[in-house]
Design a protein around this ligand. Structure first.
Ligand code: COM
Length: 498
């Protein structure tokens, strides 16, 4: 897989109290043994217990809750929140009542604070909730080895179950580039342990996680250069993409797309990234290279079983999350795309239901997504282009309208920007299939709309029309303006753009 080095995940100082964990039973056949107690394994274990099943969960790390609280979602959001404050202070400094801030702000203390809180709060919560409220039986610091589809071995002892559930997550994909092992080449997992102050950062790859960190580095005042093999953010609607990228450039992030990385240069520590662009060799000096090159599922644990493994190293599963051996399930990132929390947790639930005899498949619901730049970008459903390709037409409701640098959308967190830098207050777009008058896509760039996107796709899947949305109640002034804008058009027999 091109992984020439191990990854170095951040360490924590948390020590789980012995009373919170259990001893697995040797002369017993569990309904399921879960290997891995991250989001997928923890939710699967909890659901199975809620249904009256017996389980035991072996976790190799020192806590339940997985990578999310350690070096994935929580620090990503923590960095993003810091980034928004710093970014806003930069743009507002010296205006209204805002103080000026220095050009360079240190990020090491930001992560020091994060680690301290993580070690005291998050792990303890995961342990207490899992044991006390959910009744999950688990042990930590336990590496499990699979012997056969009903048996695992831990610390030299064998334990049996009717079903095995593999929930071992994924790791960063490390590309095969000369110089990849130099000091200063890091992934988001190592960033949270950073002990020096990056000044010049090159970000290789722009995934949905590295995008937020890219903006974070810039908000801290680093020189930031993005290099990517193909055009970045290809999954976004064209208008949204243009808005997002132009704002990244405006904030001083340099972007090189369509490049071939040749080398990461340095003696002991990284000094520059060399790449080819338009047939020319270019070199960007840096002290940090941040890898945003995707993830690889941790499926190796299943190799003694000979289950089918897919092209990205994932365990191939059906919609019940059964592998090619029916009583061996794989859930969460181990089962491949999509690498999102909702799939991780739902896959645990679905595996548990099937194990307990309730035949269930993952529903084909539209999955909402989000990513950070300095904005929160949320979306569900089709792009405008996809709608036109699929239905031959599209009606668009967007704010601000074309060619208007107006201070709208206007709501919490975009209010001051809308008054001081109106063209940067955000962008949103709803996509309607005009014949049926149904929404087929929603897009939002700004702040505070993420929660709505947990429910919008469900409404959309149920056939939400403009006429129905026009009857919804907005909480004015609201982050996403979809309700009020729709109401302005719903009276039209033949819908037109707004
Ligand atoms: C979230 C971890 S930090 S879990 O999904 O609640 O286990």
């Amino acid at each position: 897989m091109g992984n020439k080095r191990l990854y170095w995940p951040a360490k924590s100082n948390y020590i789980p109290p012995a009373s919170s964990t259990s001893k697995p039973k040797k002369d017993f056949v569990y309904d399921a043994i879960f290997i891995g107690g991250g989001a997928a394994g923890r939710f699967g274990s909890a659901f199975l217990r809620a249904m009256g099943g017996t389980q035991f969960t072996f976790e190799a790390d020192n806590h339940l809750g997985g990578q999310c609280c350690k070096h994935n979602c929580v620090p990503e959001h923590f960095a993003y929140d810091n980034s928004v404050y710093m970014d806003h202070l930069r743009w507002f400094g010296g205006q209204l009542w805002f103080p000026e801030i220095p050009d360079k702000l240190d990020m090491a203390p930001i992560f020091d604070v994060y680690r301290k809180v993580r070690d005291t709060n998050v792990y303890q919560f995961m342990t207490d909730q899992s044991k006390g409220q959910l009744g999950i039986e688990f042990a930590v610091y336990k590496e499990a080895k699979i012997i056969d589809p009903n048996t695992v071995e831990v610390d030299g002892e064998r334990y049996r179950a009717k079903n095995l559930v593999i929930a071992t997550g994924a790791r960063p994909r490390i590309p095969d580039i000369p110089g990849i092992n130099l000091k200063g080449v890091i992934t988001h997992q190592e960033l949270v342990g950073i002990d020096y102050e990056p000044q010049k950062v090159v970000v290789i790859g722009q995934g949905k996680t590295s995008s937020g960190y890219t903006s974070f580095f810039r908000s801290c005042g680093c020189e930031v250069t993005v290099v990517n093999r193909s055009p970045i953010y290809r999954w976004l609607d064209d208008d949204v993409r243009e808005y997002v990228i132009s704002n990244m450039k405006r904030r001083g992030i340099k972007i090189h797309e369509g490049v071939k990385i040749k080398e990461i240069k340095g003696v002991e520590k990284v000094e520059a990234v060399v790449f080819e662009e338009d047939g020319m060799l270019k070199e960007v000096p840096c002290d940090t290279v941040f890898l945003g090159t995707g993830v690889v599922p941790n499926s190796e644990i299943a190799s003694p079983l000979g289950v089918e493994i897919g092209p990205n190293n994932e365990i191939v599963v059906n919609k019940k999350f059964q592998s090619s051996i029916p009583n061996v399930y794989a859930i969460g990132d181990t089962a491949g795309l999509p690498y999102v929390m909702s799939k991780a947790r739902q896959s645990g639930m679905i595996a548990a239901k099937n194990i307990m005899g309730e035949e269930t498949e993952m529903m084909d619901r539209t999955i909402p997504e989000f990513m950070f730049t300095t904005y929160e970008i949320t979306w569900c459903g089709l792009t405008e282009k996809e709608c036109r390709e699929k239905y031959g037409d599209a009606v668009i409701i967007k704010m601000p309208p074309d060619k208007l640098d107006i201070g709208l959308p206007l709501a919490e967190r975009s209010m001051i920007m809308a008054h001081l830098h109106p063209e940067m207050s955000g962008f949103q777009k709803a996509i309607i299939e005009p014949k049926s008058r149904r929404f087929v896509g929603f897009w939002h760039v700004g702040y505070g709309a993420k929660t709505a996107f947990q429910y919008l796709p469900v409404l959309m899947d149920k056939g939400l029309t403009v006429d129905e949305m026009a009857t919804f109640h907005e909480l004015f002034l609201n982050s996403e303006h979809f309700i009020q804008l729709t109401r302005l058009r719903a009276g039209q027999k033949n819908l037109s753009n707004l």
